[in-house]
Design a protein around this ligand. Sequence first.
Ligand SMILES: [Zn+2]
Length: 474
Amino acid sequence: MLLSGQSHAATESRLFLDGKELSLPEKVEIENLDGNVMIPIRVVVENLGFKVTWNQKSQSVKIEQRDKVVQLVVNDLMATVDGKQESLNAAPLLRKGSVVVPIRFVSEQMGMEVDWNNVDKVVSLITPVIEPTIKEPVKVPPTTGSGTSSPTTAPVVEPSVMLSQVNTIQFSENQLKISLSASVQPKISRLTGPDRIVLDLPNTMFSDSFRASQGLDNKLNGRLEVSGYPDVSGVRYSLFSSSPSTVRVVIDLNSAKKYTLLTETTDSTLITVQLREEDSVNIDPIVPNVPAVNDGRKKVVIDAGHGGSDPGATSISKKMEKDFTLAVALKVEQLLLQEPAIELIMTRNSDVYPTLQDRVDLANNMNADVFVSIHADSFSPTANGSQTFYYQRTNSKAFANVIHKYLIKATGFKDRGVTENGFFVIKKTKMPAVLLEVGFLSNSDNEALLFTEELQNKVAQGIVNGIKEYLGIK
Ligand SMILES: [Zn+2]
């Protein structure tokens, strides 16, 4: 008897709303009933400024939000939301005079992100991030790192406000990319349990073409399947609030990641969220560039991105990235086969899909001297140019600088620079490694050239020149 009383006190549950702890009604504990975490609803919605009415006779709770009325009945799986019936995962219960409801209902009907830490018995609720219409432009500093607090008040947006439209949402090469019809200031936060990154786009809705092409259910929820990126399990998006209209995009992660929010300086209608490593979490040691011990020949791995079941990005005229990358890789192969000082290793030379791990293992097991992964990017029609990526090993950056110089000369496209990024193949390989985004398949000028023999030959020669210069081969 004594023991049970003590253990109960030791795991006292706690409830947070936007980082602020709410005091639970006396003696009410947060329970986990068959996987449904039950929380007292009144304390939450009252803190949000909603009106709550308890009807003793019908054992029901009425919650009045700005534009929404929710009615819950104790022991009844069906709730009424704006006059429509909605089913709950678990029926509301009466606990010591307080109505408790499944946390999932709160997230779905009140639009909150919820966190449940089962070990510490902590529930965290985060209200939707809704910005009021700003009359004068306000400079907002770029967001980086984590931050979760958000306003709990409910500002009113003028009905005449022009909404920005989401045209595309993509995930590729460790980056979430969203293109919009008009610029918005996204609000971004990092959540745990499970790890995810949440992006709210205020005064935004889905365009008709997005609805048609990317698939939304009748509640305006959709999902992007992400394969080939082991850190990311998927991307979800929804029309998270209709007044004011807010699109929410969530990156579901398999492990915690930091992010950098990038908006193109010339075009703030493009939002890129680049995933980064947690600081201090298994940073790969800098591996010295050990000279090859074989016949003195340098081992070069050429990786044609994607392939087989993974087409990569699709160009505006419906050509596939995997075909572009293979065409360039085969041209590099022809040139490198004529180099007596180089031993060439291709990750693929036909339309097949080695996994990212296969490609990394091949390069590491061969003890390669350099690794070059060839890709083409896709985003909005206006994005264009050539970009070279490396991971934080210093030798990779030096290699990236050398090869990028030749890449931009070969393409003649806009110089998007040399950028650090934890793409799997350049992160997990141990030798100097680069990932080249040669140009944009979504840009009509870039695309037209990317599929010509002439440009592919120039790019292949540029890659070879960069490799030779870095390896000191005359
Ligand atoms: Zn690619």
